[in-house]
Structure formats: structure tokens, C-alpha cells
Design a binder for this molecule. Structure first.
Ligand code: ADP
Ligand code: ZN
Length: 819
């Protein structure tokens, strides 16, 4: 079993990335037989310690610095590279930038579960064979040996096959191992992801239709042959459906050498509904200008980055479709990223309506097998368009003509686990490597992208008007402080008079309403019901979080602490309290007040149910719902013509999350949800309820005034050195033992510190201070010099290797969701 070892200097070497948390490449000898085919980008099976693992060849070279003797590549998985040199290059740079071990980054870019794997198993030894032959062996030992006499098996398989209790079985396996009757062994297993295929019949090679037909007399067989000869090859299942009994006849014909039976890929249909195949509308002048710029870059194969900044309903999607059509016309391919497929399936339907079935979709809602099928279709060049969530950025497209990122501001483009890349940032690299333009589209661009446009790193293309010059919906901001004064006994208000009236009017007129109820807020901010301010850190301008046990307000960035004030520090009013969202009350209140309305609710909890989201959205589109209540899920890029009213129950909730992007997210959310109203002929209106009508993230929503929000927010960011002026790196340390977690975070802070290094904030409790029984502490590095920041972050990553057992840390070089 032991593989021959090779002296490193003499050999052709492959440097392989393995899916282990060690940031280096591993050298293996390339057997002569594989010398030509084992290219960078191919996956291989190699031995790491005693296990067989799947990795990716990153480099080939002569000789190695490795001082031992090299193990050989055991098996070449892919005859052709699965990662192109361009994509491999992009991933290598990204892995460094994201502080991710290269092997984990490459594994994240390939379809999950598509590589062979191995598992611990057992085989019968000669002594076991003898023991089996002799009498006097008790169950379950006898049964186990008898099973292994038929071939090696994994423990899981043995457990599955044995009817008895599992615990006893394991003991008995241990006994057999100890007595040398069985031996442990690594067993190769099929990949978890399997592409579906179907059986097809075709004429055997060299057999002509005439020759085949001349050879058969039975009319049913002749009919089959004629049908197959005409079509080239046909699925057996289809033939059986047409002519019951066909399968048996096909086998008979194959046995006579007239037919050949084989298999071919039969990818399952995951594309969803198809939009109407209408001809493209004539573009508006704004749209044509944008399309012209992008199309020029596509034709010139120039990596130019565009920010398509268009108000909601201004026809951005139509611009994407034209850009894609141009790429296809140039014989190139297109990659389209959307934040979440379930919430943005309309774009998929429109793509399918325009381009037919020439698209592949990649997202986490598919089974591993389905994803593999889609990936294989792309790789085989069967479809020129890939659409998907963030991981589709790694789609195997070798002739990219354009990359589109819709709703580029969306936090879903950030991968929060393992390889913590930001798809928007990586898309820039991929576009550069492919020499194609990148189009970032949004009605509410991220501060980073809008700022990059100011600095000339992105070219901004503006769509200022809605299609058909439809007005943007009229936005009314309802001041809940006033509303409360007006309400009897100063009760906190869930539905203001204005919002309730508007709901009734819309219902009476046959229109639909969306009510946004953003529950992601904590009820842990001390909030002033007189002026709408929440207590904030003096140093970080981040909302302080109330810790009940310590009875302190704490900053989750720098750990500044104060006792909860008796009066609001902004306006002096005594009316401060924890911010409860009163959400449970909303649905109840709504049902009581509008008993005749058809009401549904959409949030993460409800969306756990498979198909629920799609069903509710379909009901809304088909006008079988009057009011949809939901979290930020309802704000995404839907286009529902019947929606005339959008109500925001409490706009303040998201403002007081301990995240420096809280204001940006709030403005984006409110503007996006407002954009859902009045997309058809009937004008839309929006009612925003808030305790802080003058807040810079809320006030500009009334006039759909992105630019004034941007200017003010940019000033805030500059004052505190937050992105886009500096960058943050976030480390989270967690442990079941709070003191150990804190000590670990302190050790990392020490590692980060350097005289000319970035500012080190914390350790402080992480915004989610406890998660699944673990105490969590956060450390932030803040700096304007990317190289020094990166160097400090690397020191932190190295220090994570020294943490004691039971303490885990993760480091994020581009934190987006800071909770
Ligand atoms: P956005 O993506 O900016 O929100 P869409 O691309 O969804 O906007 O366009 C809004 C609506 O206008 C869609 O129903 C779309 O089909 C339609 N539309 C887009 N461009 C045109 C056009 N040039 N002429 C007519 N209708 C258009
Ligand atoms: Zn602070």
C-alpha cells in the first residue's frame, strides 16, 4: 500500500493547494504518465499524512525545496483544468487579500461535493478469514466478518446494514481490530454531488440506417431503429413512453451490434419560470447612452468599471440585458450576479424570456448535484450566460464579455464564512483578468462604489428618470413624537392615523400595500421617545448597547462604558427607554383594524419553509393579497405593478445597530422599499413612520435624494476614518469560557500593535456577545494605509495559531455585516 517516494530534486513537481487551514502549497511528485496532463487548475488525489485528499494543482515546476522525499500524485481527477489560469490567478490574489488559506479559497470556488472523498473503513485480514471459517464466533462479530468477507466497508455502511444497536457494534469493531481480525483502511467514496444522466440509444458506430433496417424483420424493432436513425440518439425513457416494451427491444438490438446504449448528462431544470419572450423595448435616451458606453467596452475588450446608478424602475435591468446581448453578439459570455435568487427571480425570468434556455444558474438553493450539473453545462460551453448568487462569481466562463452585479450595495455579496470574500471586490479582479467591463447597478450605491466614482475609479452612468416618466412615489414622513402627543394617554403608536387611512384607501381602491417591519433591531438601545436619538459612543459614533447584567451601556467597537443616563443626552427629555419594536402587535392590530384584508407575512422565520417565499410573492403578483407585511426581504428588487402603498412602521430600528454602516443601510432600505410603490400606471405613495424625521438617513428619503444622503454620510465617514476613507479589519474571538475568550482577544490585540500600525480598537464584546453558548469578543483594526493594515492583519492571523484549545478566532479583512 505504501506509495514509492521520490527524491525531490530529480522530479517533476506539482504544487498543490489542499483544503486544510494551513496557508501554503504542498509539493508532490508527478508520475511520468501524468506529466503532460497534470496541469495547473486540475484536481488531484494526494496523500496528506495517511489520508487521501482532493486538492488543486496551482503550479508545476522542476524540483522542490522540500527536504524529505516527495509522495506522488495518486490520481488525476480532471483530465482538463477545472480552474482556468485567469481564475486561478484571481483566486490566489484574493486568498492573500482575504487572509484565507489558498486551499480553502480554491475549494470554495469549485462545486461543493464534486471531488471524490475517502472515509475510514475496514477490511478482513487473513486471520479474520480463518476465524470466520472456524465455528464458535458470536454475533455480532460473525455478522461483521461475514459482511467484510464480501469486501471492505465503512463503519457507516456496517452500521446501516446491521440491525442491532450501534453502540454494541462499535465495541465489537474495536475488539475485532484489536484481535487483528480486521484492519482499518481508507476507502474511496463517490463524490457527494452527482450529476443526473439518462440512458440514450444510438446507432452503433459504423452501422448505417439502411444496414440496420435490412437486418430486422419485427415491425416494432424496425420502427425503433428508424426513429433513432432519424434523431441520431434518443433517450431510452422517451422511446419506452412512446412504445411500451421498447427498452427490451433496444437491448436486443444492442446485443446484435446494431445499436449502442450509453448515457448522457441530463441536467435537471432549475431555471424556474420564463418571462414573456417579448422583443426588447426601444431604449430611452438615458438607457441608450449607458448601453453605448458599456457596449463600446465590450467590443474593445476593455476592463472598464461602470456604476449604473439608476433610480428604482429606471430600467437598469434592460440595460443589463442589452449589454449581455452585445457580449453574446461578440461571441462572448456573460456573468450576472444577484443578491439572492429567491428574492430576485424576476431577473432570471426576464433573462430566460430574452435569451431562452442558454443560461445556467448557480446558488445555494440547489442541491449539490444540481449545482454540479449547472457548472458542467457552463464548463462544456453549453450555455453562454451564468446567473447566480455571490459564489457564481467563480463560474467557469472562459470568454467573459461582461460581468453584471445587480443591487451592488447588497450585503449578500459578502461571504461570511471560511473564504470571506466580497463578490463585488473580486468581480473587479475577474473583469481585469478577463479584459471585460464590469457593471455595478443600484438605485442606492454603496458608499464605497459611489466614492470610487468620485475618484474616477468607476465610471458613473446615471438613469435619473423612471420608465415612461412615471413619478417616483410621494413620500410622507410621519413624526411619531407628534403622533404620540396626539394619541390618548400618550400611547406609543404602531399605526399612525395617516398610515391607517392610506391602508384603507388603498384597500378600497383595489390596490396592494407593503408594510415594512424591520425586525432586525435589538431592543437593547437606550432610545429617546422625545427626539428619536439613541445613546452613542463618544469615540466611535456607534450606538451603545445595554447590558442588563452589568447595567451598563457599552460600545462594541472600543469598549467605552457608561451607566444608562436618566435623561436623553441629546435633548434632555426624561422619556428614554429601551427601543421595543412592537412588531408582534402590528400584525394583530392590522388584522383587527382591516378584517376584510388578505394579509400575509414574509420574514426569515417564515422563509425557512421551502417554497414559502416564492408562493407569497406569486400571490402578491397575482393580486391574491392585499397587504404584505415583511422584513427587509420585501424591499428587494421586486417589480409588482399592483403595489400602490408602502408603509414603513418604524424607520429608526436599523439606525441604532452597533455598526458604522447603520445609517447607510437604513437609507438604502427605505429608498429601496419606497421604490416598490407605483411602478405601474397608478401613482404610488410611501409613508415612513419615525421618531427621527430629521435624521440624515431618513430626511433625504422624502425627496429620493441619494446625493444629499451621500454627501452627509461621506462627511461622517471621513471624520472617523471609516470606509471608504480607511478600512477596518475585524477579528472575533470566541470561547465557552468568557475569560479565555477575552484573553485570546487581548493576545491578538498585542500582535496587531505596532508603532506605525493601524489603530487597534477593543477588545470589546462583539455585537452578538454570545452565540450558541460561546462568549464573543471583537477586535477592530482601523487604518488608511492598506499595506500596514494588511501586515497587522497577518500578524493577527498568525497569532490565532497560538490560541489555547477551546478558543477560536476568525479574521475578516473586509467586514461588511458588522454584527
Ligand atoms: P430597474 O431595474 O431600474 O428597477 P427595470 O429594468 O425593472 O427597472 O424596468 C422597470 C420596468 O420598465 C420593467 O417592467 C421593464 O420591463 C420596463 N422597461 C424598461 N426599459 C423600458 C423601455 N425602454 N421601454 C419600456 N419599458 C421599459
Ligand atoms: Zn467606542
Amino acid at each position: 500500500m505504501t506509495a514509492p517516494l521520490f527524491a525531490p530534486r530529480e522530479h517533476d513537481v506539482a504544487r498543490v493547494a489542499l483544503p486544510v487551514p494551513i496557508d501554503r502549497l504542498f509539493d508532490y511528485a508527478v508520475p511520468a504518465a501524468l506529466s503532460a496532463s497534470a496541469r495547473p487548475g486540475c484536481r488531484v488525489r494526494v496523500r496528506l499524512r495517511r489520508r487521501l485528499v482532493s486538492g488543486v494543482i496551482v503550479e508545476r515546476g522542476a524540483g522542490s525545496d522540500f527536504r524529505g522525499r516527495l509522495a506522488p500524485i495518486e490520481q488525476l481527477i480532471d483530465p482538463e483544468p477545472v480552474l482556468s489560469p485567469a481564475l486561478l490567478g484571481v483566486l490566489r490574489e484574493a486568498a492573500i487579500e482575504c487572509l484565507c488559506p489558498i486551499g480553502l479559497a480554491l475549494a470554495a470556488a469549485l462545486p461543493a461535493g464534486s471531488a471524490p472523498r475517502s472515509a475510514r473503513g475496514f477490511q478482513l485480514t487473513p486471520r479474520g478469514q480463518q476465524a470466520l471459517a472456524s465455528a464458535g464466533l458470536a454475533e455480532p462479530a460473525r455478522g461483521l466478518l461475514a459482511r467484510l468477507a464480501r469486501g471492505p466497508a465503512t463503519a457507516a455502511a456496517l452500521r446501516r446494514e446491521a440491525a442491532g444497536p450501534g453502540g454494541k457494534l462499535d465495541d465489537s469493531l474495536q475488539d475485532l481490530l484489536r484481535d487483528g481480525l480486521i484492519a482499518a483502511r481508507q476507502l474511496e467514496r463517490a463524490p457527494r454531488a452527482q450529476a443526473a444522466s439518462e440512458r440514450v440509444a444510438s446507432l452503433a458506430p459504423g452501422v448505417t440506417a439502411e444496414a440496420a433496417l435490412a437486418g430486422v424483420r419485427a415491425p416494432a424493432q424496425a420502427a425503433l431503429l428508424a426513429r433513432i436513425a432519424r434523431a441520431g440518439s434518443l433517450p431510452v425513457r422517451e422511446l419506452e413512453r412512446e412504445q411500451p416494451g421498447a427498452a427490451a427491444r433496444l437491448r436486443a438490438l444492442a446485443a446484435r451490434g446494431l445499436l449502442e446504449l450509453g448515457r448522457r448528462p441530463a441536467p435537471r431544470d432549475v431555471l424556474g419560470e420564463r418571462g414573456p419572450a417579448e422583443p426588447p423595448p426601444a431604449l430611452t435616451p438615458e438607457q441608450s447612452d449607458a448601453v453605448k458606453e458599456i457596449a463600446d467596452a465590450i467590443r474593445a475588450q476593455r476592463c472598464e468599471r461602470f456604476l449604473l446608478h439608476g433610480v428604482t424602475g429606471s430600467g437598469k435591468t434592460e440595460v443589463y440585458l442589452h449589454a449581455i446581448a452585445e457580449a453574446l453578439a461578440q461571441g462572448r459570455q456573460a456573468l450576472v450576479l444577484v443578491p439572492e435568487i429567491t428574492l430576485t427571480h424576476q431577473i432570471l425570468a426576464r433573462l430566460r424570456g430574452r435569451f431562452g434556455d442558454g443560461l445556467a444558474v448557480l446558488h445555494s438553493g440547489l442541491s449539490p448535484g444540481e449545482r454540479l450539473e449547472q457548472w458542467q453545462r457552463l464548463r462544456a460551453g453549453a450555455t453562454p450566460i451564468a446567473v447566480g448568487a455571490r459564489s457564481a462569481l467563480f463560474a467557469p466562463l472562459e470568454k467573459l464579455g461582461v460581468i453584471v452585479i445587480d443591487e451592488e450595495h447588497d450585503g449578500a455579496y459578502k461571504n461570511e464564512e471560511g473564504f470571506r470574500y466580497h463578490a463585488r471586490e473580486l468581480a473587479g479582479r475577474r473583469a481585469a483578468a478577463a479584459a471585460c467591463p464590469l457593471v455595478l447597478g443600484s438605485a442606492t450605491p454603496s458608499l464605497e462604489s459611489r466614492f470610487a466614482a468620485d475618484r474616477g475609479r468607476l465610471r458613473r452612468l446615471v438613469l435619473a428618470r423612471r420608465i415612461g416618466d412615471r413619478p417616483l412615489p410621494a413620500v410622507t414622513i410621519v413624526d411619531l413624537v407628534r403622533e404620540r402627543e396626539l394619541s390618548p394617554r400618550g400611547r406609543r403608536v404602531v399605526l399612525s392615523g395617516a398610515l391607517e387611512r392610506a391602508l384603507r384607501e388603498t384597500l378600497a381602491g383595489g390596490g396592494q400595500s407593503i408594510l415594512l417591519l424591520n425586525r432586525r433591531g435589538f431592543s437593547t438601545q437606550v432610545f429617546c421617545f422625545a427626539c428619536g436619538a439613541a445613546e452613542r459612543c463618544q469615540h466611535c459614533d456607534i450606538a451603545l448597547v445595554y447590558h442588563a447584567t452589568a447595567q451598563q451601556l457599552r460600545c462594541h467597537y472600543c469598549d467605552f462604558q457608561i451607566p444608562p443616563p436618566e435623561r436623553c443626552s441629546q435633548c434632555g427629555a426624561p422619556d428614554t427607554s429601551l427601543l421595543g419594536t412592537g412588531t408582534e402587535r402590528l400584525e394583530e392590530e392590522l388584522r383587527a383594524r382591516l378584517p376584510e384584508a388578505r394579509i400575509a407575512r414574509l420574514d426569515r422565520d417564515a422563509a425557512q419553509q421551502r417554497g414559502y417565499t416564492a408562493r407569497v410573492l406569486r400571490e402578491l403578483r397575482e393580486r391574491r393579497l392585499d397587504v404584505l407585511i415583511g422584513t427587509q426581504m420585501v424591499a428587494k428588487g421586486h417589480d409588482f405593478p399592483g403595489v400602490q402603498l408602502v408603509g414603513v412602521v418604524l424607520a429608526d430600528v436599523g439606525l441604532h445597530l452597533p455598526d458604522f454602516r447603520a445609517a447607510e443601510r437604513t437609507f438604502q432600505l427605505l429608498t429601496q422599499v419606497a421604490g416598490r410603490a407605483g411602478r405601474d400606471r397608478a401613482p404610488g405613495r410611501v409613508i415612513v413612520q419615525t421618531y427621527a424625521p430629521g435624521h440624515p438617513a431618513i430626511r433625504p428619503v422624502r425627496d429620493h435624494d441619494y446625493e444629499s444622503f451621500y454627501a452627509e454620510e461621506l462627511g461622517q465617514r471621513a471624520a472617523l476614518g471609516y470606509p471608504p476613507f480607511g478600512r477596518l479589519v475585524q477579528a472575533i474571538v470566541q470561547s465557552a469560557d468568557a475569560a479565555a475568550a477575552l484573553a485570546g482577544a487581548q493576545a491578538l490585540a498585542l500582535a496587531a500593535a505596532a508603532p506605525d500600525g493601524p489603530e487597534v480598537l477593543g477588545p470589546a464584546p462583539a455585537p452578538i456577545a454570545r452565540l450558541r453558548g460561546k462568549h464573543r469578543f471583537q477586535l477592530l483594526l482601523k487604518g488608511a494605509d492598506p499595506e500596514r493594515l494588511h501586515a497587522a492583519a497577518r500578524r493577527v492571523v498568525e497569532a490565532t495559531g497560538q490560541l489555547p484549545r477551546g478558543v477560536q478566532a476568525s479574521v475578516d479583512a473586509f467586514p461588511v455585516n458588522m454584527l
